[in-house]
Design a protein around this ligand. Sequence first.
Ligand code: GTP
Ligand code: MG
Length: 557
Amino acid sequence: MCRFLTMAVPGVGLLTRLHLYAQRRSRVQRPVLRLLSCPGTVAEDLRRDEQPSGSVETGFEDKIPKKRFSEMQNERREQAQRTVLIHCPEKISEKKFLKYLSQHGPINNHFFYESFGLYAVVEFCQKESVRSLQNETHAPSKGMEVAIPFRSRFFNLKLKNQTSERSCVQMSNQLPPSSKKLFEVLCDAESVDDQLNALLKEFQLTEENTKLRYLTCSLIEDIAAAYFPDCVVRPFGSSVNTFGKLGCDLDMFLDLNETRNLSTNKTSGNFLMEFQVKNVPSERIATQKILSVIGECLDNFSPGCVGVQKILNARCPLVRFSHQASGFQCDLTTNNRIALTSSELLYIYGALDSRVRALVFTVRYWARAHSLTSSIPGAWITNFSLTMMVIFFLQTRSPPILPTLDCLQTLAELLLKEFFEYFGNFAFNKNSINIRQGREQNKPDSSPLYIQNPFETSLNISKNVSQSQLQKFVDLAQESAWILQQEDLGGPSMSGNQPWGLVALLLPSGANRKSLGKKKSRKPASEKVKVLLESIKSNRTENFTNTNGKRNVSTQT
Ligand code: GTP
Ligand code: MG
């Protein structure tokens, strides 16, 4: 029984809680309100017509993240502003290195990592220490090429005399595990639920990786500030929404709100002062112009930014580049606040219950393993759409109200399998997915996959997905449901040396399940599922009641 208790601590219904929250407004749920209380955020959007009332304790207070999204972002940004990135010589004594830097002020924390060289991320306690370090730093000695004199927070540390000391710094890992390592870890787990959690643990962003992401944004902000001194560069997407995996891209939003606000509402007596500005015909053109100069600036002056591409004619114009020292592939956008709002929404969902993240990570990994998703843009389902599908699925679980512990246990065990069954049989041809209301709706157009954008409700976030890609998703979902159905019959103890659970799901479709095929003669997946469903349907009446009078669906095919 305890097999699934690891995932089954309170709250399958927590997602439902957000849903509930919208429906049962009289029962104000204080912790959620706390999260949902920043102006101009998801929060405010959901809460707009909330009536204040006495708070009702829900028993889930400890599950709610301690910080609001904006609080967390501001705190991390402030930390990043006190932080420097240093390319170090291969042989370095950590102790001497820290002592040397401490001349500029106390150090709050630091870590080393490797990415084509050894790097150190050092966070001072005070911002002044960064300035002090910059003031003592030399321009690089002249070589054949001429250096552009740009004083960033990215340094190169050199040793005056070579040392024979052996480097013995501890490295922080920034990369996801190999499939081989992952499969080993998964095979050592005791249940499919353990496997889901193990996969989450192996792939989720580490504290260090998150720090490095905020630092990279902060370094880019320094560049953009040359044009827009009050700008903020904020990470969004999977870097901050709690669904990021090691190695995911770094989505950045150049926030010019402060700059824009400077020119409004400043009145004194009968006078109103405005900035002289250049005007352009549309918001889109303004965005393109801003990104174009920032792109040039990154390309020409920003150390470590390479492969800068200005993709200005995309639906959402962006500048794409690699930040070599951190190893991040970066997408910089502006005028894209809605994406920040979506990130906040996912942050709230992800924080409500650890199982949400475990399920999303697993479904994303499964989709990637079968090439349902790709890092190249195209007709594939995106990770973002997949995440929305998981959330929608969780919103529509039964029972929709906080369930008893017994129900929670059963649900935790079944979630992955049910996810595949649910979408393996979803009426994509006529229904759309509505996250805002947590229900299916008639499709407003003929897009194969229609997931309504919860904030711009006339848009489909998965408009790019082709019929064939959707069909591939459905076929694999059905096959995976079938495989997990077999696990129910056997499980790890019955598997011997055979891949089981997630490993069986993640192996490539053909070769993959040969070993499973040895156990049973295999029909094509869709046929098997059909047979299985038919069998369940036809046996339903006979098998639905066992001798104890309990409901019990036959699983024999
Ligand atoms: P990764 O694949 O790990 O990078 O996931 P991600 O969530 O960061 O996705 P991606 O980098 O493709 O997009 C970044 C963010 O942009 C997402 O988290 C969403 O907030 C937003 N976004 C992406 N695609 C869409 C879309 O089709 N419609 C809307 N409205 N927002 C999108
Ligand atoms: Mg991303």
